[in-house]
Each structure stands twice: as C-alpha cells, then as structure tokens.
Design a protein around this ligand. Structure first.
Ligand code: GLN
Length: 320
C-alpha cells in the first residue's frame, strides 16, 4: 500500500513548497528567527520504515507538540483519577492561552491548552528542576529515538514574555489545580516547549503512539499502551487549537500542532506523520502542514472513520 510513499511525499513537497501564506510566530520573539521557507515532511511506519523529504536537518522546538507527551507522562506517574480531576477532556474553548480555556470552577478544559499543560507539568515528580527535566527529556527521547537538546534562547524568550502563562499558573494554583510551586511548573512547561527535534524524530514520536506506545525504530517503550487512547482522544478533540473540529471533520487524524510550525499526526496501527513548516495560519497551525495532511488523508484514506465519511463536494444519492 505504501510502495509509492517516497514519491508521494516528494510530489507533496513540490506542490506545497510554494505556498507562502501565513506568518512565522512572533509573540515568542526567538521563534520569529525561523526560516519561513523551512519545510520538511516525514513518515515512520509501525514496522520502523522511515521516509523523509525536505529540510531534514532543520531542528525546531516542540512547543505544544510536547503537551500530549507530557499528558501521558502525568498519567503514568499520577494516574488517571488524579490527572482527570485536575484537567478536563472537553474540546478546546478559546485560543490556546485564553482564560476561556478554564471551566466555571477554574479547571482547564483539557491538557492540550496551555492551562491544562501547565497542570500536567506540575504533576511531573522530582525534587529539583534538573530531576524533573530529566524525566521529560528521557521520556521525549523514547518517543523520538534521540536525546533532545534544549533551545536555551527559546526558553529564555518564553521566560521573558510568558506573562499570560504565569497568570494562568497563579490562577490555577489559587483554584487548587496546582499543588506545588507555580514557578516550578512554569519552568518545566517552558522547558518542554523549548526542546529541539527534527522532522523524522517528530514522525517517530507519532509512530510510537501509532504503535501502542513502543517506538517502532528503537523498540523502546515510551508510554504504557493503557494511556495511548487517552492521549489520542484529547489530540483528536483539541490538538489543532480552534481548528480542531474542522480538522476532525475533514482530515480525521489525531494530531497536535505547535507554534514553531510542527504538526504530528497518528494513524493507529499504521504510521506516524511529522510535518514542519513555520508559517502559521490564523489558528496558529502550519499552513503547509495543514495542506500536506489534507492531501495525505485523501490519498491514503487516513480519516479515522474511514474514507466514506470524508467530506464530499458533490450531492450523493440519499439511498446509498
Ligand atoms: N510555549 C508556547 C506558549 O506557551 C506554546 C504554545 C503553542 O505551541 N501553542 O505560548
């Protein structure tokens, strides 16, 4: 079924490398330094076969793509009852850093918005920042197949400009959704967002979720099979910011995007897809990334409910 995958990826890359809509994120000043034309597409199948086209050496920060991984780690260390008491699993409300992302009690709607991700970061155990970052780095390494490095400049930029995240953190503490130090939780959250990967590693991480929690290239387990469904459900409902509904409708792949221009998508039992291209649309999703996934889902029938339920642009016989 995937014999022609490398040629398909090349054709996709040729098609969309001229798409210049959108702009690179600038609200974290360091991110604005990314080359707007950077573009890379990678796939890792659950048998470990890897495909890649484009800027394969370019590294970028995980940003919000780290959120589903840290959610899984919080489930692993704190358990489902505690995690779901402190963050909901309701679809995204406002933008990813909005105060509308909290319900009437002040509980984050889900772990894919910043508020929920700050809560899951607060659940990572360790006595020091170094202990906690080691847990995160080792976990990310199992997903990607390589020890991640920190982009200190991005981390410093987030530390300098992350006032809204700080405000959310203190509100969450006041409402009882964070128990320990808000500063510790925020520092870990900024750290997880500032870890660097390349696009093949991004696809490996997605393939790990597609492969029941085991990295298909290294055979290392990153997360228990038990929690893979938890992760994929919140990715499907809330992974693409305020575009999540349209994404589920048209593309139908559990996925997560980040403001660096990364998107990773999971086809359970089949493959993981990673796309990097830093120009973002009005929802903060990579413009080339969205179109790349849209093409792939059509070409290979990847929608999670099957090809028949994909949107159609013609009127069909109501009796069929
Ligand atoms: N570090 C970013 C922030 O907190 C992550 C946002 C994102 O990728 N959506 O604003």
């Amino acid at each position: 079924m995937f014999e022609d995958l490398q040629q398909s990826l090349q054709a996709l890359h040729d098609r969309y490398r001229c798409l210049n809509e959108g702009s690179v994120a600038a609200y974290i000043p360091e991110l604005s330094k990314a080359d707007p034309d950077g573009y890379c597409v990678a796939i890792t199948l659950v048998d470990g076969t890897q495909y890649i086209v484009g800027d394969q050496d370019t590294q970028f920060t995980l940003q919000s793509v780290s959120k589903p991984l840290v959610f899984g780690q919080a489930l692993t260390t704190a358990g489902r009852n505690i995690v779901t008491a402190l963050t909901g699993v309701e679809p995204t409300g406002g933008s990813f850093s909005a105060f509308e992302d909290l319900d009437d009690e002040g509980c984050p709607l889900n772990p894919m918005v910043n508020a929920g991700a700050i809560v899951t970061a607060s659940l990572i155990p360790g006595n020091t920042h170094e202990d906690r970052t080691k847990v995160i780095n080792d976990m990310v390494a199992k997903y990607t197949g390589a020890q991640p490095t920190l982009d200190q400049a991005v981390m410093d930029s987030e530390l300098r400009t992350g006032d809204r995240n700080r405000a959310l953190g203190y509100l969450l503490k006041d409402k009882g959704y964070i128990e320990g130090s808000v500063t510790d939780a925020l520092n870990l959250y900024f750290h997880q967002c500032s870890l660097k990967v390349n696009t093949q590693q991004l696809a490996n991480a997605a393939a790990t979720l597609a492969n029941h929690g085991v990295n298909p290239v290294t055979q290392q387990r990153a997360v228990s099979t038990t929690y893979v469904k938890d992760i994929l459900v919140v990715m499907l409902m809330s992974g693409m910011y305020n575009y999540a509904g349209r994404w589920a409708y048209e593309i139908g792949i559990p996925a997560k995007s980040g403001v660096s221009g990364a998107i990773f998508g999971v086809i359970p039992g089949v493959m993981g897809i990673g796309v990097y291209s830093p120009r973002l649309d009005e929802y903060s999703n990579s413009t080339r990334g969205i179109e790349t996934f849209r093409d792939l889902t059509k070409q290979y029938n990847l929608h999670f409910l099957g090809p028949d339920l994909q949107t159609t642009d013609h009127i069909i016989d109501p009796n069929t």
